[in-house]
Design a protein. Sequence first.
Length: 180
Amino acid sequence: MSSFGNERDLSLKGMAGPDQFTVVPWTPDLPLREDMAWVMDHMEAKRAGRQFCSRKDVSPGQLGKYLPRITILEAVYDDAGVVIDARYRLMGTEISMLYGEATGQLISSYHGPHVLQRVCRITNHCIEAGGPALGLSKALSDGRQSVDVSVLYIPLSPDDKNVDQFLIYSAVERKSLARF
């Protein structure tokens, strides 16, 4: 049984390959994995009635066992205010093990166009919607279709108006591959 319930199952059905990526807007009734729900509840409590959390609300000590799956991205905007790239500012150990250590690097130079396209799509969605979103995929990147990847993006703002960073919690569910 999926930890996301029927909505997640429906969102992932029909995905043909690693270029498939679904963005699901966050709502309080969205069924989340237990770990993602904890991170979301924690950040919602920190938000304390503001539109956005800020980077100051993110305390590694309070994230505890979830810290290895946390990434913080710094948005790179074009002149029109659209996110066109992002720089890794923090990568948890599990994320570094999956992708390699990329702290300080741009997504465009480290991962290439497919991952960059996903990041831009979900970050711009978060900015337009004014809140968090969940990204769902069948793969980490091209050629890795044996996992379900779920990423919770939470926009961060220093002034409660302009989003400059994103806290991301990533969950990877590895699928068993049959041996012949």
